[in-house]
Design a protein around this ligand. Structure first.
Ligand code: AMP
Ligand code: ZN
Length: 107
């Protein structure tokens, strides 16, 4: 999707440092962290939200990305959040998984 900020980030258009990059997803730091550590696991393919995701095997890969990110960042305890829909707090309409650790303020 040409107008989507997370598509652009995942395509490398902003030279965002990736904590992890695979063929399926990237992991990078949230620009407005709500915890001491706050990263986002973002599929390279555009899905507006979890509702639009039909390939459930991708979900397994994204959760694998959560685990890898936690290991890479040395997180022993962390919270994983997916906001789906505006009223639930979704602001960026490209599926992503929040990973938060330490002094979590909530997303
Ligand atoms: P959500 O409310 O679940 O849609 O979460 C969107 C998240 O994306 C928020 O925590 C924002 O701080 C974060 N965010 C928005 N724009 C950027 C960006 N350019 N780089 C990194 N994180 C971003
Ligand atoms: Zn997108």
């Amino acid at each position: 999707m040409t107008d989507c900020i997370f598509c652009k980030i995942a395509n490398g258009e902003f030279n965002t440092p990736f904590i992890i990059e695979t063929d399926d997803y990237v992991v990078f730091r949230d620009i407005n962290p709500k915890a001491d550590t706050h990263v986002l696991v973002v599929p390279k393919q555009h899905y507006e939200s979890l509702t639009e995701l039909e390939d459930e095997s991708l979900l397994g890969k994204l959760l694998g990305g959560v685990k890898k990110a936690a290991k890479e960042l040395g997180l022993k305890s962390y919270k994983t959040v997916i906001n789906t829909g505006k009223e639930a707090g979704q602001e960026v309409f490209h599926l992503h998984i929040h990973v938060l650790s330490g002094n979590i303020k909530g997303v």
